[in-house]
Design a protein around this ligand. Structure first.
Ligand code: AMP
Ligand code: FE
Ligand code: FE
Ligand code: ZN
Length: 284
């Protein structure tokens, strides 16, 4: 196998627009050799993704993207090959999903004051049962009501963190998130470390702490790494003995990110597979 390896993608189990099966189908069409399913704070899509991969030749790397919070910044930690039944991880992700739901309610309460046609039911109508709720679902509800044209327009206005309606949500500290993933047999990688927010907080002292907690890599190649270049994050990774990954962060329609726009080297993928003990990749 020699196709591209893309280690970060979302399905409708969180805020992607395609079901896990459709996501795997899109990855097959894109010619990927490996696709990781990394829904926010959930592993619920793994089974469907595996079923869809069967017989196609693609490999599904199961993972999640754990929400963590450091001061004002939300830091996302990818966790590959975690044991999906690990009690501490199951409890933490359930709590984060609950916090996200309340946070979405708080945002909608504020938004409806200025956009009265919007309702909480509109937002729920945009989610699949049990999904990890986020701003993209509020965006879809705003689109359905005709207030904005698409998700990106919503994120640039009403849902922007400085848009006047933004609310943060509770989540564990990054060091706690990294430890949770590592203790669940998983491989922790900081997602888009150079996205607005995390960048200034991920200094050498913090990275040392995260490495001590079990951090394995940095997602240096990602379109949101606008603070500091991919090269800078790659150098940082090397200084700390971390692997360098690259991924699309595909969310289906609604976000411009395309599958395989950034990819991960086969050697790194193999190191991840070797390091993870909580689950195994599904070779379809
Ligand atoms: P939240 O986690 O609820 O604060 O919402 C942020 C999430 O929205 C991130 O996972 C983004 O990847 C996702 N997202 C989906 N579509 C877009 C978009 N068009 N612009 C910005 N973020 C988006
Ligand atoms: Fe997302
Ligand atoms: Fe993310
Ligand atoms: Zn993501």
């Amino acid at each position: 196998m020699s196709g591209p390896i893309d280690l970060h993608a979302h399905s409708s189990v969180s805020d992607g627009t395609e079901t896990p099966a459709e996501l795997v189908g899109a990855a097959v069409v894109a010619g990927l050799d490996v696709i990781a399913i990394t829904d926010h704070d959930s592993t619920a899509g793994w089974g469907q993704a595996f079923d869809a991969a069967r017989g196609t030749g693609i490999t599904v790397l199961p993972g999640l993207e754990l929400s963590t919070q450091l001061q004002y910044a939300s830091v996302h930690v990818l966790g590959y090959l975690v044991d999906p039944a690990n009690a501490a991880l199951v409890a933490a992700t359930a709590e984060i999903r609950e916090e996200r739901l309340h946070r979405a309610e708080r945002m909608v309460e504020r938004i409806v004051k200025d956009y009265p046609k919007l309702s909480w039911d509109d937002v729920m109508a945009q989610t699949t049962p049990g999904a990890t709720v986020g701003r993209p679902h509020i965006a879809d509800a705003l689109v359905a009501r005709g207030y904005v044209t698409d998700r990106s327009a919503a994120f640039q206005s009403i849902l922007h963190w400085q848009g006047g309606y933004y609310q943060p949500h509770e989540a564990p500290a990054p060091v706690v998130g990294v430890r949770l993933i590592a203790e669940a047999g998983g491989v922790p990688v900081i997602a888009h470390p150079g996205a607005r927010g995390p960048e200034r907080l991920l200094d050498d002292a913090r990275l040392t702490q995260l490495v001590d907690a079990g951090l394995f890599g940095l997602e240096a190649n990602h379109r949101d790494n606008i603070q500091g270049s991919p090269e800078k994050w790659a150098r940082t990774a090397r200084r700390f003995g971390l692997v360098i990954t690259g991924s699309s962060d595909y969310h289906g329609e609604g976000k411009p990110n395309r599958l395989a726009e950034n990819t991960t080297g086969r050697d790194v993928y193999e190191q991840i597979v070797e390091h993870g003990t909580g689950a195994v990749p599904f070779r379809g």
